[in-house]
Design a protein around this ligand. Structure first.
Ligand SMILES: NC(=O)c1ccc[n+]([C@@H]2O[C@H](COP(=O)([O-])OP(=O)(O)OC[C@H]3O[C@@H](n4cnc5c(N)ncnc54)[C@H](O)[C@@H]3O)[C@@H](O)[C@H]2O)c1
Ligand SMILES: [Zn+2]
Length: 394
């Protein structure tokens, strides 16, 4: 006997759809008083309400390279958006240190709280990919999300990380373990910022260009190879074309690929990344992301060759193109062993699977400009690839 009344309805369905739209704008000299790109970013749709309060945050490495940047930003707001409440400008570290655990994200959250930022207000964050990842997480968490206008200042952040919908920090010895999907209000890429990048940091972003070109766009891959010497020197015309094309390919995939929040298993933009992320954490984050991605691309392309997916010629073109643009195709960490004598990089495969959730899906090139996904990596074959890349490096 069941004395309780039956439940009136057995099932409710909560269908939630939240459309996002944000502009990615390219410009020069964003804080010049006659430059209005940032106005478009803060008021991206006609009739959009201006944020009541704006905070400007700077990456310390960028601020060092651009003395007076904070004053120029303040002067721009005074000239172009008078009446807007501008809080104090804050500077946070740049580079991987800013996303090493919670420390700096916490500092950013304290800054948001200090200014009593409301959800309609906005942060304008200017800096490299690591700084924007940390700022993005702080903004995603505070009040469950305050507006973020990203001004990426490196090649990699303008062509990849800054134009997407993800943020994150490293934790528990794992790359990007903690983070959120949180689209920005707008992205403004000031190409002039690229002029002060150290050569090696500038080249890091080229790795993401090769990544998308190899799996999505054969003509762009040819452009990168033909211009590799100019790109390795940061020659502005070639570099800017590569940045805009790479950003377009990323934005098209994120906005048009049908899975911006990565609910499915397919992750083509993570080609080369299972090894890259593992190498970064093995190096204690001394190895920068772009360098690690270049090595990861080399490893997975070699694997594609051994799997019959690319020809010898295509493998050679890819390795030569990456090297000619000043990026590495080998790193000694590939050979590092763990306590059990196993190649330490191999555990990156399982970490990647956990990060995807469900089954493994590793993107490999199929010819140049096309891709295929595999749900298993043969570790013996990966070890053969390591040996082959080592021999080539020698
Ligand atoms: N969220 C994503 O979708 C995504 C995608 C790809 C990469 N990432 C992340 O991006 C990070 C790498 O970003 P990055 O390559 O921009 O490097 P970075 O952010 O580590 O910056 C490198 C250095 O350049 C300095 N810097 C920044 N702008 C400068 C300028 N204009 N002039 C001189 N110095 C400047 C920084 O202070 C730092 O010291 C990694 O942490 C990676 O995981 C995130
Ligand atoms: Zn990457």
């Amino acid at each position: 006997m069941n004395p309780r009344a039956p439940i009136p309805s057995g099932r409710l369905e909560a269908r939630v759809q939240v459309p996002f739209s944000y502009p990615v704008l390219f410009c020069r000299d964003v804080f010049s008083p006659d430059q209005d790109t940032l106005c478009q970013a803060l008021l991206p749709q006609p009739g959009a309400e201006a944020p009541p309060r704006v905070l400007v945050w700077l990456d310390a490495g960028l601020a060092d390279a651009w003395p007076g940047l904070a004053d120029r930003a303040r002067a721009w707001f005074t000239a172009r958006m008078p009446g807007l409440d501008l809080g104090r400008t804050a500077v946070f570290p740049g580079g991987e240190a800013v996303k090493d655990g919670w420390t700096h994200v916490h500092g950013m959250i304290r800054e948001l709280n200090h200014h009593n930022l409301c959800r309609k207000s906005a942060v304008v964050a200017v800096g490299g990919g690591a700084f924007l990842d940390a700022a993005g997480l702080a903004c995603a968490l505070f009040h469950r999300g305050v507006n973020l206008v990203r001004l990426p200042s490196t090649v990699l952040s303008q062509n990849d990380s800054g134009v997407g919908v993800k943020n994150g920090i490293n934790a528990e010895g794992k790359k990007n373990l903690l983070g959120a999907f949180a689209p920005p209000r707008a992205v403004v890429c000031d190409l002039d910022f690229l002029s002060t990048l150290p050569d090696d940091v500038m080249r890091d972003g080229l790795a993401e260009s090769f990544k998308v070109a190899i799996i999505k766009d054969a003509a762009f891959f040819r452009f990168l190879c033909d211009n590799a010497p100019a790109l390795s020197q940061g020659e502005p015309a070639a570099l800017e074309e590569s940045v805009v094309t790479t950003a377009r390919l990323h934005v098209e995939h994120i906005a048009g690929g049908g899975d911006p929040f990565e609910m499915g298993v397919s992750r083509p933009l993570d080609f080369g990344h299972w090894a890259a992320h593992r190498l970064e954490s093995l190096s204690g984050y001394a190895l920068r992301h772009g360098q690690a991605v270049a090595v990861g691309l080399a490893l997975d392309t070699c694997y594609a060759r051994f799997s019959g997916l690319v020809t010898d010629r295509e493998l050679e073109d890819i390795l030569t193109g990456i090297s000619a643009s000043g990026l590495p195709v080998w790193n000694d960490l590939l050979e590092q062993r763990d306590a059990s004598g196993q190649y330490a990089v191999l555990s990156g495969i399982e970490e990647f699977r956990e990060h995807l959730g469900g089954r493994l899906a590793v993107t490999l090139p199929r010819g140049i400009g096309h891709r295929v996904e595999v749900d298993r990596m043969d570790t013996d074959l990966v070890i053969q690839c390591i040996a082959s890349l080592k021999e080539r490096a020698a």
